[in-house]
Design a protein around this ligand. Structure first.
Ligand code: KG4
Ligand code: ZN
Length: 334
């Protein structure tokens, strides 16, 4: 089954063609809209949707050219229909629906978080259900039990900000441009984690809180003479929080595997810390390569195809975009 998918939930315009059964990414094209948002220090929804509209025709034709496939050979067209910025989601989903109508192919509506949740299978063919998922991105910090495709149990979530937001806000104060996570990771290499930062909700709960950590890091910035030390400390504290919460969740669930996905899981120090904890606990660890952790359309094509092959609801041309769409309700598309 060959799926072309579009991803426009935030500030990346992405298109990919995936052979779902073969787990083969035939093309994976990404355009990061860093420029239009630079002066504002964050993503401006209206600018984002305009940039998506401008880029979509170019990247879709690039994705088809790189896949070396005529559009007639596609089995379905998918797009992220939530969660995300409404006007941005509308660009990708309207474009994909139009393509589906003109090519007379089914349109598959895909949940962005489900894309992240299933993305590890693309590069880890031996990964089996169930697994414990640490899903950490710019919008989400969750611990989820992935029982099967379309069957997810939320065990813990952030009560305020997401981990990626914490990296992004502190990075901005350090003069970095969005997204700041990768830049903090680079800066952290020149520092040592000597700045004391709190561990919020260190009470055995599986929920996260990053708002207080963000404030503490901001306050520490005023007295830190060497910013790389703050970057290293923030990264180390976030890794420590993930390791501890995942260890507790593994003990509760007896899950045989821990999977990390989402943009923040691209961070090497965080991946290494989680992998070490898993070795210690005798649990398997899996994470997609960094390029598939951050937003991309290959994960959308793959999740769409898997749901279709497993006869789960994948919506239709009337499926609306949804700014909020929890992973625990992947089957409620309206
Ligand atoms: O999954 P993603 O690309 O988009 C969302 O669905 O939100 O995640 C983006 C987030 C941003 O906050 C970005 O700063 C963070 O992931 N991120 C990182 C790294 N790469 C991306 N955070 C820490 N270290 C990284 N290497
Ligand atoms: Zn994402």
């Amino acid at each position: 089954m060959i799926v072309l998918a579009l991803e426009t939930s935030c500030d990346e315009t992405a298109a990919a063609v995936v052979d779902v059964k073969a787990r083969k990414i035939l093309s994976n094209v990404l355009f990061s809209q860093i420029e239009p948002h630079k002066v504002y220090g964050g993503v401006v929804p209206e600018l984002s949707s305009r940039a998506h509209l401008e880029r979509l025709p170019v990247i879709v034709s690039q994705a088809l050219t790189e896949a070396n496939l005529p559009s007639t050979q596609l089995d379905a067209i998918s797009a992220t229909t939530g969660p995300g910025l409404t006007t941005a989601l509308l660009m990708g989903s309207t474009f994909a629906k139009t393509m589906a109508v003109s090519l007379n192919k089914p349109f598959l509506a895909t949940n962005h978080i489900e894309g992240h949740a299933l993305s590890p299978h693309l590069t880890d063919p031996t990964l089996e259900f169930p697994y414990l998922l640490l899903l950490v991105s710019g919008g989400h910090s969750q611990i989820v039990m992935v029982n099967n495709i379309g069957n997810y149990e939320l065990l813990g979530t952030s009560v305020d900000d997401a981990a990626g937001e914490c990296f992004d806000k502190i990075g901005r104060l350090l003069g970095m441009s969005h997204p700041c996570g990768p830049k903090i990771e680079t800066l952290a290499k020149e520092g040592t984690p000597t700045v004391l930062l709190p561990f919020p909700l260190n009470d055995g709960s599986l929920n996260f809180s990053f708002s207080g950590l963000k404030t503490a890091a901001r306050n520490a910035l005023a007295t830190t003479s060497h910013p790389p030390d703050l970057a290293a400390s923030l990264q180390a504290k976030i890794a420590e929080i993930f390791v501890k919460k995942c260890r507790i969740a593994l003990e509760h669930t007896h899950a045989p595997t821990l999977v990390a996905a989402g943009g923040v899981a691209a961070n090497t120090a965080i991946r290494t810390a989680l992998a070490e904890m898993c070795v210690h606990k005798g649990v398997r660890f899996s994470a997609p390569p960094p390029s598939l952790c951050t937003d991309n359309a290959a994960m959308i094509a793959y999740a769409a195809g898997l749901r279709h092959l497993n006869k789960l609801d994948t919506g239709n041309l009337s499926t609306p975009v949804r700014p909020r769409w929890p992973l625990t309700k992947p089957n409620s598309l309206m």
